[in-house]
Design a protein around this ligand. Sequence first.
Ligand code: G6P
Length: 614
Amino acid sequence: MCGIVGYIGTKEAIPIILNGLRRLEYRGYDSAGIAYLNGDNTLKVFKKKGKVNELVKHLKNIPTNIHIAIGHTRWATHGAPNDINAHPQLSASGKITVIHNGIIENYSIIKEALIKQGYNFVSETDTEVIANLIEEIQSRDGVILSEAVRLALNEVIGAYAIVVMSSDFPDELIAARKSSPLVIGIGENEFFLASDATPIVEHTKNVVYLNDEEIVSVKNDGTFLIKTIENKIKTPFIEELQMELEMLERGGYDYFMLKEIYEQPTTVKDSMRGRLNLEKGTISLGGIKDYEHKLMNAPRIILLACGTSWHAALIGEYLFEDLARIPVEVDYASEFRYRNPIIKEEDVVIAISQSGETLDTMAAIELAKSKGATVLGICNVVGSTISRITDAGCYTHAGPEIGVASTKAFTAQVTILTLMALLLARKKGTITDTHYHQILIELDKIPAKIEAVLKISKQIEKIAAEFKDARNFLYLGRAYNFPIALEGALKLKEISYIHAEGYPAAEMKHGPIALIDEEMPVVVIATNQSAYEKITNNIMEVKARRGKIIAIVAEGNGKIKELADYAIEIPETEEILSPLLSIIPLQILAYHIALMRGCNVDQPRNLAKSVTVE
Ligand code: G6P
């Protein structure tokens, strides 16, 4: 969602901001804007609906000799995506400008009060309210900019990451956060402000992650000061970014999504690196070592997530219950937080999030913590909010995921959940030695087997060509592959805009079967050894209604291959590991169908990579 970038220092600011905005494009947005202070301290603002390229065209000439500027990509919440509602938003006097990510819940009350005091509003945004509120406080109380921002933030309710620039304070930028992310990059006499580290990494590796309700003032004399909104000075904790610039480039691939699909043999290996020791037959997860005992004795594990991460959580449920015999509850973070859930102190909550910034997941974590539960995290983005607010956790180490549709982060999440479940099963003695070692050996082979699936991409592309014009798709799976049916359907609808539904295969008879005719492609994930006969029956039921079967089968599994209209053979593996392989052809299928339909694979319409509002 909205992307924020700011710069103050000695270099040319505009190219840094525009480049930063391009790096943030992956978060999802529908308009972009930039503001800067000219040498004569006048504020200039340019905003445009559409992509950053539209903004660049609108700018015509890139201004030079600019050393302080801010930029924004907006994902519309209050007001349509148009030039006026785009950020930066200006205060009534035109002296203060604000970029904002989040939602101010009490904005209409503040707006009414400001209107009564004579303020006019030109946009429909809650952000313009912040700009005017800061202006009002500054003139009313005669305080400096940072103090006015602090006082204003004491009046607002909601989520925000903001950056404020004022023509009366040309030597500083003020930024603050609550529930929405904000990172400060520290260079040589220069500072970068951004929603995440992607616009910063090419300039500096030294960063400070701002905490909730903190305000920072960064100045062009190289100094910075962090305070809380209660006015307490904070000592900054400077961290080194573990990210490399190449990780943010397409590296020869046409799309980030394709690159990320192809990275999976490596990323799955990376998520196991240093954790799975095949020779010794051990699994060690350093991040949660101190919590192993708690997990083993937990009466219940609650897995919380949103989107694709929720699908990984569903696989986690099968894994923990099947292997470690621990009761598991899986919930959408957004539902959990509002359903007055029963949470006990002995419960262990595991929050799963690629970005580590999903607002609903963060709120669900806070709720669980407030009830005394232990909360662990499985995050991909190092230093993200969720990784910091949880008691402990494991990083997935899949590297930056830029494509909005999650691929490599998902397989990395499933890998971590598999390692966790195996570790607990071993410690609890709920798995036999033989089975444990068999799975470890198979797990070690998964990267090579993913590699083998990637080699049949051409065959999947041909199937994609057959079905690119379909209006609906049904995905069916059972047991470990039921969440894969959900995830396969999600991939397709996210990027191709074809309506797709995932269903547990047995549930087909309770509704979706009514939709089946010769127009309906049905993707069946039929690799499970345990439910082979049952899934064969489901296929027969679809065929009897002339639906077209695309079956994902394990090599050598002849019967379903014969029955299916199209069969995609993937390597055989242990059933509990099969999701790590069966999702790959579904990612490739969705990718090719979307491409053939002319869709923007990496930045699908209306979607955001990091959902920082409710
Ligand atoms: C958005 C993204 C999805 C992601 C979901 C949860 O909807 O587009 O790809 O699965 O948020 O995000 P998280 O970062 O918490 O995994």
